[in-house]
Design a protein around this ligand. Structure first.
Ligand SMILES: [Zn+2]
Ligand SMILES: [Zn+2]
Length: 352
């Protein structure tokens, strides 16, 4: 089968013919119909992550935002069958540890990061193997297309989990979103659907106008204003919830500085090689004002149903974030375009 393989950091991915996946008794093999291209792929491609012992090994098939149709089912899998349409989370659990048993499979103690480690080759490929499939895959309603399910990717579900479960955004809350790439735009659409008033922040006008279309009440161009001051003025006392969807020292700091008393900062962007995972923060302010700082990554598979029901009901439309459909051979070019922030919204591979 064809697959895009990371042969050297920063060099174009090699489109190769590789062996198809081996089916484990607890797994399924899925025909990939669509897979999002994400800044996490870009980080992997750049060789980032060694500071968190998280560097992706050479030889890896990238791609972690797939949707498709089950082709083969392992002997111990009872509740899934060939032909089922599914979305697949990138952070897969093994289903039996303390975290998995308590509904937190996204942070499984012994989990797998699809497309980032050699035991789970990714979905820039015609087929993938999903281990512990009954625990991990999310069956799709007929009304949700493969492209739309791929658009859920890691970004849309991460934004949903961050806002809905981690920050517990309430109706009428002011939510600031710092960085309007795919992750930030997803957060804008979801926060608006949850009843929040949304302030979108970026340094480029194009994603800010997309944010407005997706439900932002106000936008701040960070090249033209002091971001915390602008947000405090718009929201009167600062944001109830603020999300750093980019992961740079400046966006992280702005996100904390724009909060109101007892506000919540959520970190969902991963840092670059400028920060290497370390950002200086005004920690005494966190103490003084009862501020909450939380991290969030992916979403437990057991909670996909909430998001899928909102999509079925027309309250959320991830497909509106899709700006480009490409072929497997184009992935390297699209990763290169991310280096200079030349992409906007979500780009999805739909031809393999
Ligand atoms: Zn687990
Ligand atoms: Zn992703």
């Amino acid at each position: 089968m064809r697959a895009a393989v990371l042969e050297a950091y920063g060099e174009p991915l090699a489109i190769e013919t590789v062996d198809p996946p081996t089916l484990e008794p607890h797994g399924v093999v899925v025909d990939v119909e669509a897979c999002g291209i994400c800044r996490s792929d870009w980080h992997a491609w750049q060789g980032h992550g060694e500071w968190a012992d998280d560097q992706v090994p050479l030889g890896q098939i990238l791609g972690h935002e797939p949707a498709g149709r089950i082709a083969r089912v392992g002997d111990r899998v009872d509740t899934l069958e060939a032909g089922d349409r599914v979305a697949i989370p990138f952070n897969l659990g093994e289903g039996s540890c303390y975290q998995c048993r308590n509904g937190h499979g996204n942070v499984c103690e012994d989990g797998y990061a699809l497309g980032f480690e050699s035991t789970v080759p990714g979905a820039f490929a015609e087929r993938i193997h999903v281990p512990h499939a009954e625990f991990n895959v999310a069956p799709l309603p007929d009304s949700v297309s493969a492209t739309e399910a791929a658009a859920l990717g890691c970004r849309y579900v991460t934004a949903f989990h961050a806002l809905s479960h981690r920050a517990e955004v309430g109706g009428g809350d002011w939510v600031a979103v710092h960085g309007c790439g795919g992750l930030g735009l997803a957060a804008v659409q979801i926060a608006a659907a949850l009843g929040a008033r949304v302030i979108a922040v970026d340094v480029r006008d194009e994603p800010l106008s997309m944010a407005t279309t997706l439900g932002a009440d106000a936008t701040v161009n960070a090249t033209e204003a002091s971001v915390p001051e602008a947000i405090e003025e718009i929201s009167e006392r600062g944001a109830h919830v603020s999300i750093d969807a980019l992961g740079r020292a400046e966006t992280c700091r702005n996100s904390l500085d724009c909060l109101r008393i007892r506000g919540t900062h959520v970190q969902i962007g991963l840092t670059t090689d400028a920060e290497r995972g370390e950002v200086a923060l005004p920690i005494d302010e966190v103490t003084r004002w009862d501020v909450t700082v939380v991290g969030s990554r992916g979403m437990p598979p057991s909670r996909y149903d909430e998001l899928l029901r909102m999509i079925e009901a027309g309250r959320l439309e991830p497909e509106r974030l899709v700006t480009r459909r490409v072929a497997l051979d184009d992935v390297s070019d699209r990763l290169a375009a991310m280096t200079d922030y030349e992409t906007s919204g979500l780009e999805v591979v739909t031809e393999f």
